[in-house]
Write a protein that binds this ligand. Structure first.
Ligand code: CA
Length: 362
């Protein structure tokens, strides 16, 4: 009798301790050790860009088995779409999602890590980032700002923008009010365009009310959703953003304080989300371009006249050289990109370009 009571007690204790272990285990999953916050430039539920951020955060949570969780705040919450770099630097947010060229007012060298007019295409630029020295140069630039910067998703080649009037000559650019950020904005302002940068949420109204005469945003992947096709009839092919890469930012001190396995999980998740956004953008652009052709047949797809493109190229080179003369770091990155493009473009020419040219000729 005594023996069986003893055995029963042992059994109950065993079951009890198993239950306790189970409880602790599920508590560990329910309560992450690292709760981070990410501020993004984009509004709530913003397609493609916002989806890439959600994908990254979901991957981190799943791969860390709930040990790390990232809360995403859109610009509707933090109200500072162009304040992301400062907020991450100061540690108000551990992470950010934006675009590097938005910080050109603080540091012109951030321009190179989004895209450059007449620069590399997306596959060329990814090759440069990960294998051609791009990541190292980006680190050198962002170390000064207390953040680590990573590719954050590529839109692919962007369209030159929506215009109320056809651009037939350089004269048509004089006095034209256009939303266009980055280095391209500086080139156009040399050609007489009145350049502004306006956040995504205000673009439609600005074009509709005539505050601006033209704008560039992304391409069919996102432009159709913004409704520009309803208010501007001319849609130009691109020259200014051949490979727009968005940006993940992580506060350096917070990143360094993470355990090694979570650092790895975070980096892998960001890289995956970036590549995934490129594939998604390509798909959405193809589907939406088809929609433009069938649902908005009045939209005229145009390419800028040859002399306009030639003038843009001249101003681009001039600006790159002028800025290089003033800033050794700018020169270092410009030279690195130019040298890399020489090598990588030769391959593009005899691979994708040769293949497409032969097929398009048929
Ligand atoms: Ca753009």
């Amino acid at each position: 009798m005594k023996k069986s009571v003893f055995r029963m007690t042992v059994c109950l204790l065993a079951v009890f301790s198993l239950l306790m272990v189970g409880t602790f285990a599920s508590q560990a999953e329910a309560a992450p050790k690292y709760r981070w916050k990410l501020a993004m430039t984009w509004p709530t539920n913003f397609p493609i860009f916002g989806d890439a951020v959600v994908k990254m955060a979901d991957l981190v949570k799943e791969m860390s088995n709930g040990e790390m969780e990232i809360r995403i705040d859109s610009k509707n919450k933090h109200k500072a779409p162009f304040g992301i770099l400062d907020m991450v630097k100061e540690g108000q947010y551990e992470m950010g999602h934006s675009a590097s060229y938005y910080w050109k007012g603080k540091d012109r060298n951030t321009l190179f890590f989004t895209t450059m007019p007449f620069g590399m295409t997306a596959p060329e630029q990814y090759a440069w980032f990960y294998y051609g020295g791009g990541m190292e140069l980006m680190k050198e630039v962002y170390d000064k700002h207390g953040v680590y910067s990573y590719p954050g998703g590529n839109t692919g080649n962007q369209m030159g923008g929506w215009f109320q009037k056809e651009i037939k000559s350089l004269d048509d650019l004089k006095g034209l009010k256009m939303r266009i950020p980055g280095f391209a904005g500086e080139i156009l302002s040399k050609l007489g365009v009145v350049v502004t940068n306006i956040p995504a949420g205000e673009l439609y109204t600005a074009l509709d009310r005539g505050t601006i005469d033209a704008l560039e945003w992304v391409g069919p992947s996102l432009d159709l959703n913004m409704g520009f096709q309803k208010i501007a009839p001319f849609y130009y092919t691109g020259w200014h953003e051949p490979a727009t890469e968005l940006q993940f930012m992580v506060n350096s001190k917070k990143f360094d304080a993470l355990p090694k396995h979570l650092q790895k999980i975070l980096e892998v998740s960001m890289e995956f989300a970036a590549y995934d956004m490129y594939a998604r953008s390509y798909h959405e652009s193809a589907v939406n371009l088809d929609k433009i052709a069938t649902e908005y047949p009045n939209i005229k797809i145009k390419t800028f006249p040859k002399d306009v493109i030639a003038a843009m190229k001249v101003e681009n080179k001039k600006l790159l050289k002028e800025t290089s003369a003033k800033d050794p770091m700018f020169k270092k990155i410009y030279d690195a990109q130019t040298a890399y493009m020489k090598i990588v473009r030769r391959w593009t020419e005899i691979s994708d370009y040769a293949y497409l040219k032969d097929n398009l000729d048929e």
